[in-house]
Design a protein around this ligand. Sequence first.
Ligand SMILES: [Zn+2]
Length: 171
Amino acid sequence: MTLTTHAAAGIVVAYWTQDPLLGFFAAVISHFILDMIPHGDEFIFWRLAHNPQDAFGRRIAIGDTSGTILILILTLLFKPQPNNELIVWGAIGGALPDLFMSFQAQLKYATLPGSHGTKRRIVEGIIKTIEPFQKVHGFCHDLIRTPIRLIQGYALQIIFIVWYVGFFLAA
Ligand SMILES: [Zn+2]
């Protein structure tokens, strides 16, 4: 699922809690729950994990990162009576599991193969530390195994983003 969707959803649930710390954890949980909905973009992660130069994957990643930043800026600017801390922690919590996943994949597939000695032990240590969190992430993600097309997954997410911008930001 896109980071843009996760960040927006994280902000929504953080808003419900009205508390930055609680909001952050609620946003992380919202990520796990949303990942259970089939969304059809898992292959993009694997394309990039095995070939960081993959053009299609990079275009999606750049578009998604831009979308996430745009959502954050729009929310900070236009949410009436904004609580900036809530918004930022909600967005970070919503995006965090996928940021960890990308960081871990970067370490596993790019950094580790060329590392030796102390550096290798440190990299392995970080990978191991993130692993339990990623296990929960992966479990939630794979709970409902219904492959759907990327376009269907994106259509659902676009509907959510339109609701977010049109109704949540306006409310
Ligand atoms: Zn995820």
